[in-house]
Design a protein around this ligand. Structure first.
Ligand code: PBG
Length: 332
């Protein structure tokens, strides 16, 4: 590599950067609306647009208002949305039983969206945390998160969501064996063509704080939080093992979460496995950036800069709360 790079002064790397046209020509990565997935929060009620205080500019919507946001996404050529429910506290219980109810808020949202917008991809989390009163992603038995009993419920949760019309099942709870289990049950029920996007490398992160405010899942997690199932932020080899497992169990796509603090993981996964890989720029990342822009501390150009970092790292796409405003800007 070194001998073909040239020498100063015959070679000047700044020459390519001197004019806008050549900067555009040499750009190694570009962001387009095809790269964006819009996460949306849904709540009960009618005409509700409920601001999430720790996520400036992001709201929870009742289904009728949610449809307007989906319409915006369709208009801006965003390929897919991801739905997250805020379940009323009195409907939550220790088992998260509402998760497997075919008329729950998630399933009703999917059906309403599919009726009006059949083309846009719908991605749904498969995990119990929105539905449990303790906020954990799995069943708590003897003060432990029981992996295998949780799998039985996840399998049913995936089936009700797919029956309602969900296109992509996104297991997000980091239980062992969930992808294989869900794949098998989808196949047995004639859903061979339903995609699985695995939250393969999901870290036990402080950056999920605002999301837990948004769906009300963060209050009773106990002293270890989610450390017995989500990954330790100090690990990276383990992320590769997780991804290898999920691919062997039938995942079509994998995700790394959070995003910007874990760009090294995206890059490693991409070069090791060459599979479709997604990044989740999570709630805390959004709020830091958005709040700083609102305060005038950062220029709004940092949004594009942050999203390009995922493309550079090798991500095929990004879940981001900036999806709508970014797609709007890219159109201009
Ligand atoms: C639930 C889930 C979480 C997020 C997506 N799905 C939070 C958690 O694990 O507590 C976080 C997304 C965000 O912070 O934007 N399993």
């Amino acid at each position: 590599m070194s001998n073909i790079q040239g020498k100063f002064p015959s070679t000047r790397l700044r020459r390519n950067r001197m004019r806008e046209f050549s900067r555009r020509l040499i750009a190694e990565n570009n962001l387009s609306s095809n790269d964006l997935i819009l996460p949306l929060f849904v709540c009960e009620g009618n005409n509700v647009e409920d601001p999430i205080l720790s996520m400036p500019g992001v709201n929870r919507y009742s289904i009728n208002k949610l449809l307007k946001k989906v319409e915006d996404a369709v208009r801006l050529s965003i390929p897919a949305i991801a739905i997250f429910p805020q379940i009323d506290t009195e409907l939550k219980n220790a088992e998260g039983s509402l998760a497997v109810d075919e008329n729950n808020l998630v399933c009703r949202s999917i059906k309403s969206i599919k009726k009006e917008f059949s083309e846009i991809g719908i991605i749904c989390d498969v995990a119990l945390d929105p539905f449990t009163n303790h906020g954990h992603d799995g069943l708590v038995i003897d003060n432990k998160i029981d992996n295998d009993k949780t799998l039985e419920i996840l399998e049913k949760q995936a089936l009700v969501q797919v029956s309602a019309g969900c296109d992509v099942i996104a297991p997000s709870d980091m239980m062992d064996g969930r992808v294989g289990r869900i794949r098998k049950s989808l196949d047995n029920n004639n859903f061979q063509d339903t995609l699985i996007l695995s939250y393969a490398a999901k870290y036990a992160s402080g950056f999920y704080g605002p999301f837990r405010d948004a769906i009300g899942s963060g209050t009773n997690l106990g002293k270890d939080g989610k450390l017995t199932y989500q990954m330790d932020p100090s690990n990276s080899d383990e992320a590769l093992r997780e991804v290898a497992f999920d691919i062997s169990e039938g995942a079509d796509m994998v995700m790394v979460k959070p995003g910007m603090p874990y760009l090294d993981i995206i890059s490693k996964i991409k070069s090791e496995f060459k599979v479709p890989t997604f990044a989740y720029q999570v709630s805390g990342e959004y709020s830091m950036i958005k709040d700083s822009i609102n305060k005038g501390w950062l220029n709004e150009k940092v949004v594009l800069e942050s999203l390009l970092s995922f493309k550079r790292a090798g991500a095929n796409g990004i879940l981001t709360y900036f999806a709508l405003e970014m797609a709007e800007k890219l159109k201009k």
